[in-house]
Every structure is written in structure tokens, then in C-alpha cells.
Design a protein around this ligand. Sequence first.
Ligand code: PNW
Length: 467
Amino acid sequence: TQEEQTRPGLRFPPGFAFGAATSAYQIEGAVAEDGRGASVWDTFTRTPGRVLGGHHADVAIDHYHRYRDDVRIMADLGLSAYRFSVSWPRIQPDGSGQVNQKGLDFYKRLTEELRSHGIDPWLTLYHWDLPQELEDRGGWPNRDTAYRFAEFAAVVHDALKDHVHTFSTVNEPWCAAFLGYASGEHAPGRREPGNAIRGAHHLNLAHGLAVQAMNARRVGGCVNLYAISPATGSEADLDAARRIDGLQNRFFLDALLKGAYPEDVLADLPVDMDFVQPGDMKTVNAPIDVLLVNYYSRFTVSGAPGGKASAAAAPTETASPWVGSEHVSFVNGGHPVTAMGWEIDESGLVEILTRVARDYPPIPMVVSENGAAFDDVIVDGRVHDAERQAYVEAHLAACREAIDAGVPLEGYFAWSLMDNFEWAWGYGKRFGLVHVDFETQERLLKDSALWYSEIIRQNRHHEPTDS
Ligand code: PNW
């Protein structure tokens, strides 16, 4: 509409990256092809009761075979960047040692295809698909996994360094540690609170060791941040907000950007941190070029009993991910919700971006995931996903607001490019800008994709031509 064309809130500085994101296990399929080994998600999806509907991602959305068509879609949308992850067990089927060249070749083909269309490849090394062999040796609670990760990072970096715009290490260490090892909602599905904390530290250590091992031209770390509000001004609610902010946000931000865990968070935890060895925190704090921030929602929390035990209601039977703060409850903050039940509040994005800029050493940032699931329907060959479009529009405007407030924000990646395997929810939740028919694998641009493409087009800055 006319209004959209002139809306100044959606004008971005030259060079701002407009991207979309995916992850390997959620889209690739081809789990038994070209020498790929098993990951914890292959095992988890085969364990009854863990994933809604018993869904697995053996085929997923068949991106392994359709990557050329998918890159064509990205090019048609005008994306300047694409964030994807590499499957560790495709590259090291046993999680260490022997390298599977065919696995590396796939990502070479993918990155070459992207670059030939002028799209910058942003490569995530780890988006939760741990080789099963490494889980069998203890998984993330085992310190050795961090060293194996650094070895894997060096292999990927060596093979792809000339093709990749930005490397990032671990996607959302909070999820990998606390949904994987405390609540059990994600693979490997363990409910061992103490080991979740160990795992969280080893994921941070893995990040730092990988940054050092790659010595990449451009490397970043990724965190998922939430805006947190206390339900009331009561002492109990303020304490609840401090605790959840501590475990969700500051435990990772302080580690990566300041090289220390926050004292108040350590005091909340039921473990002593004897597994943190001398020198670890300096490694975790290895210099990075960019911070990747995934943002979805705001949590409103209470220290009084009675609310939900977790903001993101899991579809399966789970324990609390909030180690040491299990008494905290999550209450309705009064915002509309997505199909995940996640509250929509774009002001939280401005809040967390300005907060990182204010409270931490200077670091360029990107929003590396942001998006929403809704119950889409195809009507006459179109998906009128006005709610998703409004969600993305509001959050892009929030990015603009953060930039105006002085935040060094360099890009935005919508989650997700395409509908895909949504972890514990199987194929039951659609986050894509592009609709996927999970039977025929047909791709169809939703209205939100067409709109996003138009915003990107309006932001195209033409280089002055040399005479
Ligand atoms: C992120 N929670 O996951 C992931 O990076 C994506 O792979 C995923 O598809 C996307 O967000 C949507 O879920 C999360 O329970 C999963 O708090 C669960 C939570 C947060 C993030």
C-alpha cells in the first residue's frame, strides 16, 4: 500500500543485511545419504512421546536435494544474506576424527550457489544436531565435547573459509543446554539439572575454543535473549525477573562479552562450578566480530506460585528448564500470542538491543532470528498471513528504533525462510515466509514473503556509477 511505501520506520542504512534463517536438521532431510552419521535428533525423534505426532526429519523439506530451487527463491525475494547451519554428523559421522568429504561438498555447492546469486552465506556451526556418538560419550556435560567441537569448527573453516561471509558458533546455547539436559523437551531429552549447567558451560567453552581454532575473518556468537518483566513490583516478582534474566540472558552475555558468570546467577544455582577450569572464562571471552541475537518474545514472571512453569508450553511431558529457579511462574503479560503461545511484544526487542549496547563492551549486532508461527491456510493459491507480516513489520520497525538509539545493528534475519520441522512440535507449527506442502514439497510464497521482498527492494541503495 501507499502507506508502506512511505513508511520511514522501515528505511535502513546502506549495507544493512536483509536475510532469512534456517537450520540443517529442520530442512535438509537426506539423513542416510552421502555418509551422514546419526545425530541426537535422529535418536530423539525415534523415541516415543518426545515429538508431537511421532514426526521425524528423515525427509524434512528435502532441502538437501532442492537447495538450488531454494536459493532461487531467496534470490527472487532479494535477500542479501542467508543464515543456515551445517550438520556436524554429515561432516564427521562419528563426531571426531575422520572427515566425510561428501558432507563438506554439499555446503560448498550451497555456498557457491548463494554467492553466484549475490547472497552472503552466514554459516552456523552448531544448531543442535550433536553426533550421537558424542552423546554416547556423555554429550555436552562431558568437557571433551567442547574440544571435539573446536576440531570440527577448524575442519569446516578450512574447507569453506573462502565461501562464507560470517561464521557463527553455537546457536542458542540456552536451548541446547536447558531444553536438552534439564527440561528434556529437546534432544537428547535428559532431565538432569546439574548436568544442564555443566553443559551450558561446555557450550560456552566450545564457542570460545572454536573462535580460537578458526581464527576466521569474521566470526560471531549467538544467544537467544528475552525481554523479562516482573508481574508486579513485589520483592518476590522482582527477584523472579532477576533470576530468569540471569539464567536466560546474562549467563551467556556476561560469559561471551565479559568473560565472567554473573555472581548473583551463580548464587542461584544448585551446583558448585568446579568444572570451570582456570583460563576457561578467558577462552569463552575470545574476541568476536558480531553478536547474533535471536529474539521472539517477552516473559512476564512471578515469584508467587500459581502460574505456568515455563513460558513456552511444551507439547510433550517435560521438567523445568529453570535450574535453581523452578519456583518462578510465567504469567500472562497481556500481549497477543502466536500459534506457539508466545507473546508478541516488539518493544522487548528495542529493550534488549539497547541494553546490550549499554551494558557490554561495544559489539556490532544482528537480529539472527525473529519470526512467528501462525495457522496458515491456502486460499485460492495464496497464504494471507497478515499476522506474520505484521509481526515482522513491527520487529523491523523495532530494529530501526534501536539503530536510531545508537545500537550498531547490521542486519535482520527472519525465522524462517520456509516452513520446516519445528523440533518438539514436529510439522505442527509453521514459521516460514514460504509455505511448504510437507507431502509434495511444493514451495509457495506467503503474503509475508512478498511484502518482505518489497521492503528489501525499497531499501536497495544504488551505488553511484563511475564515469
Ligand atoms: C529457536 N523456547 O528455537 C531456534 O533457533 C529455531 O531452530 C526454532 O525453530 C525457532 O526458535 C522457533 O522455535 C527455540 O522454548 C525453541 O524458549 C524453543 C524456545 C526458544 C527458541
